[in-house]
Design a protein around this ligand. Structure first.
Ligand SMILES: [Zn+2]
Ligand SMILES: [Zn+2]
Length: 223
């Protein structure tokens, strides 16, 4: 069973590196997060364990609240939030001495949402996918897919590098990405040059979407 699971995660990583249009690790994490949200909204909204967890965490961070809305299952979202709004009302009812209540530390999760369940799922998925990628780093197919991709975003390149124990692997990834990022830099400069009115009639080539790629490399594409 363990080997079957391992093979499936290896295949998922290979598939993402082959097909990804941006950073494959961002895409893998995003797929895990999306599936988690779908499963939660369509199958688990009445699961007592999940609702208990969400109650303890006071819902989701603002970013993942918006992501939830984009998944669009109104009923699932409503069911989950009956608990949340009730909790908020209970919390406010506990005010007692209102001025000391308002200054108390117990509002942390409402304000910062640092315990967001989807953030936690994303962080665990990221760790798992990075480990699987490192297991496959000598695989010929993986290297050939990675060669023809745009490479990792800065966040994931640096996270992978920090986990490597083999100098040869580090040199391989570093050289590959230095080449890819340098080529992106050249494309960005070419894109800006062709936006100058003196050169506006020149044909736009591979630099056309360099500005979009640059945002994904610098900021990642993280759900
Ligand atoms: Zn990434
Ligand atoms: Zn979150």
């Amino acid at each position: 069973m363990v080997n079957v699971e391992k093979n499936i995660s290896h295949m998922n990583v290979l598939d993402a590196v082959e097909k990804s249009k941006a950073c494959p690790l961002c895409d893998l994490n995003n797929a895990t997060v999306s599936k988690y949200i779908d499963d939660m909204l369509y199958e688990n909204v009445n699961d007592r364990g999940l609702r208990k967890k969400l109650a303890a965490r006071k819902g989701f961070c603002s970013f993942h609240g918006e992501l939830l809305l984009k998944h669009g299952d109104a009923l699932g979202i409503a069911i989950i939030h009956i608990d949340q709004i009730q909790l908020l009302l209970n919390h406010l009812k506990n005010a007692g001495n209102i001025l000391s209540f308002l200054k108390g530390p117990e509002h942390g999760d409402w304000i910062g949402h640092s315990n967001c369940l989807i953030c936690e799922i994303r962080i665990e998925a990221e760790k798992r996918h990075i480990e699987t990628f490192i297991e496959l780093i000598d695989d010929n197919a993986l290297r050939s897919y990675l060669d023809s991709s745009d490479g990792f975003c800065a966040r994931h390149l640096l996270m992978v590098l920090a986990k490597l124990k083999n100098k040869g692997h580090a040199t391989y990834l570093l050289e590959l990405h230095t080449r890819k990022y340098a080529s992106l830099l050249a494309d960005l400069k070419e894109f800006c040059r062709k936006n100058d009115y003196r050169f506006k009639d020149e044909h736009i080539g591979q630099e056309a979407d360099s500005w979009e790629k640059a945002v994904h490399i610098v900021s990642g594409k993280i759900l």
